[in-house]
Design a protein around this ligand. Structure first.
Ligand SMILES: C[S@@+](CC[C@H](N)C(=O)[O-])C[C@H]1O[C@@H](n2cnc3c(N)ncnc32)[C@H](O)[C@@H]1O
Ligand SMILES: [Zn+2]
Length: 324
């Protein structure tokens, strides 16, 4: 595992509200700026080993929710995930959720693009291990991973909200955010934060759903077309971008949710999904430009830039099959 420890990350941490230095007083952090609402002792709680550096006034995570974690280390959701997934035999799991080869390929490319001495990688929404990103976690000691999420887990070092990262400007070499931007209220703000914490030519890898149904209940807000995703990362130079999974996978989502709705049962959807797993294989027969118009998800691999893509350029960018 290449996970950074809190003592390694500590010098990079700042107040998520005003970006001033933070100080640790016993069991909690506070902001050092006079007048900051988080300057009082104990403003940023620590749960287990995890500092919670969240601007509670501007986050879906509340101070009350954090207080309720006491004694659980805030890991309840992670444990729940593990017990659910752990119960499924690996062979069945691979049919249910095949390895994401696109992510594997892109993560290998990203690791290859990072200079040997600049390999500090921030994973936003890194509470669980993303599909196809394992290579990053196996790359110790070359890669130092800083996992952040809205809850504590074995893969995170700080509880933080992507809208206001508690990190100093330019201290990160690469950011990964997989299956996260659909769950944040303001993806543009999260991408602005990614831009801020990255060093000048730092890298970003993002995967975000386009045609997927609601999958995180109340915490699911947005979807992106290929062009919309590119425009979201308009202050980045594109290295590569494209569909993560195509219309077969998207159809699988649809039959699953059709069955859920008709039978009024989540389990009915899961059964239908197992029966129609083969729809995914149809993705391989669809050319990339057609897949861009109906992908299940899209990816973007890019490099931080000061030059911004213009509205006219995004129209010319369209990578789908409906060119006039
Ligand atoms: C669908 S899960 C994906 C997790 C992991 N990246 C993966 O691919 O398995 C979305 C994750 O984003 C996290 N998340 C949602 N909103 C967030 C926010 N504002 N800041 C940081 N993480 C957030 C959730 O807690 C959750 O762990
Ligand atoms: Zn502050």
């Amino acid at each position: 595992m290449a996970l950074a420890t809190l003592s390694r990350v500590r010098p990079l941490l700042v107040c998520p509200r005003c970006r001033s230095a933070v100080a640790a007083d016993g069991a909690a952090f506070r902001c050092t700026a006079i007048g900051c609402p988080y300057a009082e002792v104990g403003s940023f709680p620590i749960v287990g080993d995890w500092p919670v550096l969240v601007d509670f006034e501007r986050s879906v995570l509340s101070r009350d929710e954090v207080s309720a974690w006491a004694g659980t280390s805030g890991r309840a959701r992670r444990e729940l995930h593990r017990s659910r997934v752990g119960a499924i035999p690996p062979a069945v799991r691979r049919i249910w959720k095949p390895v994401n080869r696109i992510a594997e390929k892109n993560i290998a490319k990203l690791i290859g693009l990072m200079p040997d001495d600049c390999r500090r990688v921030l994973v936003i929404g890194g509470g669980t291990l993303g599909n196809g990103v394992d290579a990053l976690y196996r790359s110790a000691p070359d890669v130092e991973l800083i996992g952040m999420d809205l809850y504590a887990s074995d893969l995170t070092v700080v509880v933080a909200d992507g809208h206001a990262l508690p990190l100093a400007d330019g201290c990160i070499d690469a950011v990964i955010t997989q299956a996260v931007l659909e769950h944040v209220l303001d993806p543009g703000q999260v991408v602005a934060e990614i831009h801020r914490v990255l060093r000048d030519d730092g890298l970003v890898y993002a995967e975000t759903p386009f045609l997927q149904h609601v999958h995180a209940g109340a915490y699911d807000f947005t979807r992106f077309t290929a062009s919309g995703h590119r425009y979201l990362f308009r202050r980045f130079e594109q290295i590569d971008a494209g569909p993560v999974a195509g219309p077969g996978t998207q159809l699988l989502w649809s039959v699953d949710h059709l069955a859920r709705g008709l039978a009024r049962s989540q389990d009915a959807g899961r059964i239908v999904r197992a029966l129609f797993f083969w729809l995914r294989f149809l993705d391989r027969m669809v050319p990339r430009r057609y897949a861009n118009d109906c992908a299940s998800g899209v990816f973007f691999l890019g490099r931080r830039s000061e030059i911004e893509l213009t509205p006219r350029e995004i129209v010319d960018y369209y990578p789908g099959a409906q060119r006039g």
